[in-house]
Write a protein that binds this ligand. Structure first.
Ligand SMILES: O=C(O)[C@H](O)[C@@H](O)[C@H](O)[C@H](O)COP(=O)(O)O
Length: 257
């Protein structure tokens, strides 16, 4: 389990078996503790996909009892435009697998408005973030002017996408909006809302969690962390938070490094 500092704020760790989930839970719990002590709250952004399963160890001792869940504020990096009860909903995935099992105040869980079409849902989520800036739950980054989250938990698709920001899609370059929408996502379902890169990169900490699904994640990991010569960067290569980017890789995802 060698740790390699790839640059000043980037760390890469490779794990076997359950070690990834154990280490990721400790990482999240430590940051929860740090931010709760420093500012009385912890703002966490979830992804869909395999991420919720990978944070499962937070539901076990010691973390389930020691984390101050009442201080958590939970957001989504991206969400599918479907009802919250739908099998494709990232909210449902997180609720069933995580949120229903910890005492986070329901008012601190910021889900998409699932009664709106994609464009309206993105506007609504951005308005929700603006309200939280006004009420001082979210600060603005002094470096970028975009909202600053404490920790974002990212997954990565085999094509190198993060959130719902896909390779060669114009949304990758969006630099005004905080939250935007996509109606032609190459990964189904097609309609989603997503945080934009300026918001992603204004966060303090990002955990990039990649566990192989057998779909070829190791190639995008190699492009992002190996000696890639590609001129056009994959979305995952554009991730650059303000304090620390930490990669959690399983052996298969790291097999081409
Ligand atoms: O709504 C989604 O599809 C997810 O939020 C998505 O952005 C996910 O994080 C990546 O696609 C990685 O997915 P896996 O973890 O399943 O590889």
């Amino acid at each position: 389990m060698a740790e390699t500092a790839k640059s000043d704020n980037k760390k890469v760790e490779v794990f076997e078996n359950d070690d990834l989930a154990v280490s990721l839970a400790s990482y999240i719990a430590d940051l929860s503790d740090k931010f709760t002590k420093e500012k009385g709250s912890f703002t966490v952004v979830l992804s869909g996909g395999t991420l919720i399963d990978n944070i499962r160890k937070l539901l076990e001792p010691p973390h389930v009892n020691s984390v101050d869940w009442s201080k958590w504020h939970v957001f989504w990096l991206d969400e599918r435009v479907v009802p919250k009860t739908h099998e494709d909903s990232n909210y449902k995935l997180a609720y069933d697998g995580f949120l229903s099992k910890v005492p986070i105040p329901p008012g601190n869980v910021y889900a998409i408005n699932d009664t709106l079409p994609a464009e309206g849902a993105a506007d609504d989520y951005e308005a929700c973030l603006k309200h939280l800036v006004e009420s001082k739950v979210l600060p603005l980054s002094s470096a970028t002017g975009f909202p600053k989250f404490d920790l974002m938990l990212l997954g990565m698709g085999p094509d190198g996408h993060v959130a719902s920001l896909f390779p060669r899609h114009p949304l990758v370059k969006e630099n005004q909006r905080w939250v935007t929408f996509i109606k032609d996502s190459p990964k189904p379902p097609p309609e989603r809302i997503t945080f934009t890169f300026p918001v992603i990169n204004s966060s303090d900490y990002i955990a990039m969690v990649v566990t192989s699904t057998g779909a070829g994640e190791e190639h995008a990991v190699h492009t992002a962390l190996g000696a890639s010569e590609n001129s056009e960067k994959l979305p995952v290569e554009l991730v650059s938070p303000e304090v620390e980017l930490k990669w959690f890789l399983d052996k298969e995802a790291a097999s081409k490094l």
